[in-house]
Design a protein around this ligand. Structure first.
Ligand SMILES: [Zn+2]
Length: 77
């Protein structure tokens, strides 16, 4: 029910992977327009890298865990 979407937030080639919800009214799990976290480390080796959006990962884990809990709960079916 979720897919990954990469974007290049700074246009320098680095990819930031967001989790995109399939629900029509919601975009990425982090809201995407939120300001970037203040402690993004600079890439010093000169190569573009890939990062995973921390808020998206946190929300994704919570969603997956909630789904698993529902699946394991007989009365939720
Ligand atoms: Zn995100």
């Amino acid at each position: 029910m979720y897919e990954m979407r990469a974007e290049s937030p700074d246009g320098l080639g680095e990819l930031l992977w967001h989790v995109l919800s399939k629900e029509p009214s919601s975009g990425t799990l982090c809201g995407r327009h939120a300001p970037p976290p203040p402690a993004v480390p600079a890439i010093s080796d000169g190569t573009a890298g890939e990062r995973y959006c921390a808020p998206c990962m946190t929300a994704f884990r919570s969603a997956v865990q909630a789904h698993a809990d529902n699946a394991l709960s007989p009365e939720a079916a």
